[in-house]
Design a protein around this ligand. Structure first.
Ligand SMILES: [Zn+2]
Length: 434
């Protein structure tokens, strides 16, 4: 380790990424007006009467939006291909072909009745970064890849195919378009039989950067420019079955009831109390409830609840769940009911790379922007790519914290700021990484 490596390691902590050079101070800036123009043009595909888009993956609108994006990518001097999972990959060679590629990207599919910023901001900005580099004749040392991932909203399908494996069970799921994921991938030019060709492994990429709207209201409320994402939270979901005894609501005295709904109500309150009883940004929700037999005049004998816990730390999720289960045992005792928990879904947390967080923070500050470090409560393609290399995520404010809605909005100046942070973080990474 020479002296320069040593000082950088002090700056960035343990070296999983080989930062070799000092950061470049670049004067390059994106064209913010052009990003907004492209966002407006993209918003026409799948436009809905509420002013948002319904451009669900594998729909006609998705295919049209993808055509549009490919045209922009070619205009940005990227060599465009569609991989077997349907991801649009735009490449530009670097000056050193021995280096692994630097990736940027996001998605352009939406939820049904979604907005024009979720995914689109990151996708159009990544293309804008490539276009800016091409116009300024700046060739990166690393090969550059801009990726628009297929079907993000239906379960990060395209990025999952790169970072892991898509099961045949997943391929057979029916997506929001009405097509199975298998047929949808074919519809957008992929080949579901060849998904293994898309798979990449640890060390295959230098790094991945994703710009995205926050989808929450922290940056907007605190009037901050840039969110440095600490990671994408883990999510665990349980089906909770509460059993009591269904009986006549008129003739059963209050002290002889085994009311599953009453037990469920105490449980919901306990979840909220336990989740807020320890410091941190963890969230816990009971978002689903069904009672049987479901009549005015019958004491509920059975209730099924949906419990969900999210945090950046998987052990914290388990710790909270342990407390919740203990409390459920107490509630069961006092109400004459039983509780049964079945884990139905678990997504592990995906922390972003610590040195990339610092680099994004420093880059934003060098551009005169304010920053805040925060977790992402929503899932992103970055969580899949984190399996194969270091990832960094940049958030820009969502006005009013609204997302997955036609009312979703991010201001042009905030988008331009985010794209400039993306561009300059990429340039610094390109000059620093070995
Ligand atoms: Zn998104």
């Amino acid at each position: 380790m020479n002296r320069r490596d040593f000082s950088l390691n002090l700056l960035f902590g343990a070296a999983a990424i080989g930062f070799r050079r000092l950061p470049l101070q670049s004067s390059l800036r994106v064209n913010g007006d052009r990003i907004v123009e492209h966002l407006n043009a993209l918003s026409q595909f799948g436009k809905n009467p509420q002013g948002g888009v319904s451009r669900v993956a594998f729909s006609d609108a998705d295919r049209q939006g993808r055509e549009f994006a490919q045209g922009l990518m070619r205009a940005a001097s990227l060599e465009v291909t569609v991989d077997a999972a349907g991801n649009i990959v735009g490449r530009r060679a670097g000056t050193d072909s021995t280096l692994k590629p630097l990736l940027m990207g996001s998605h352009i599919d939406s939820v049904p009745e979604g907005g024009n910023f979720d995914g689109d901001v990151g996708s159009m900005s990544a293309i804008e970064v490539a276009q800016t580099l091409a116009e300024k004749n700046h060739r990166t040392r690393h090969p550059l890849e801009v990726i628009i991932f297929a079907d993000e909203e239906g379960g990060t399908i395209g990025s999952h195919a790169i970072g892991g494996e898509i099961s045949s069970k997943q391929l057979n799921l029916v997506s929001s378009s009405g097509k199975t994921i298998r047929d949808g991938i074919k519809f957008i030019g992929g080949d579901p039989e060849m998904l293994s060709s898309v798979r990449r492994h640890k060390g295959d990429i230098a790094a991945y950067l994703e710009l995205h709207i926050e989808q929450g209201g922290i940056l907007d409320t605190e009037k901050l420019n840039i969110g440095v994402v600490e990671g994408i939270v883990g999510i665990t979901q349980w089906e909770v079955k509460v059993e009591g005894f269904a009986n006549h609501a008129g003739t059963t005295p209050m002290n002889q009831r085994r009311d599953a709904m009453l037990a469920a109500a105490k449980f919901i309150d306990a979840v909220n109390r336990i989740v807020t009883s320890v410091p941190g940004r963890q969230v816990g929700t009971v978002g689903k409830l069904q009672a049987w037999p479901g009549a005015y005049n019958v004491i509920p004998g059975k209730v099924v609840l949906g419990l969900e816990l999210r945090d950046l730390d998987a052990t914290k999720i388990q710790m909270l769940f342990g407390k919740i289960r203990d409390e459920a045992t107490q509630i069961a005792k006092s109400t004459g009911t039983t509780f049964e928990f079945t884990e139905t879904n678990s997504i592990v947390p995906a922390p972003t790379d610590e040195r990339l967080r610092k680099l994004i923070d420093e880059t934003a500050k060098s551009l005169g922007l304010s920053t805040k470090w925060l977790p992402s409560g929503a899932g992103h393609d970055a969580q899949e790519i984190a399996r194969i290399g270091p990832v960094g995520m940049i958030f820009v404010p969502s006005v009013g914290g609204i997302s997955h809605s036609p009312k979703e909005y991010s201001r042009p100046e905030d988008i331009a700021n985010g794209a400039n942070v993306l561009l300059n973080t990429l340039l610094r990474l390109d000059s620093m990484m070995g």
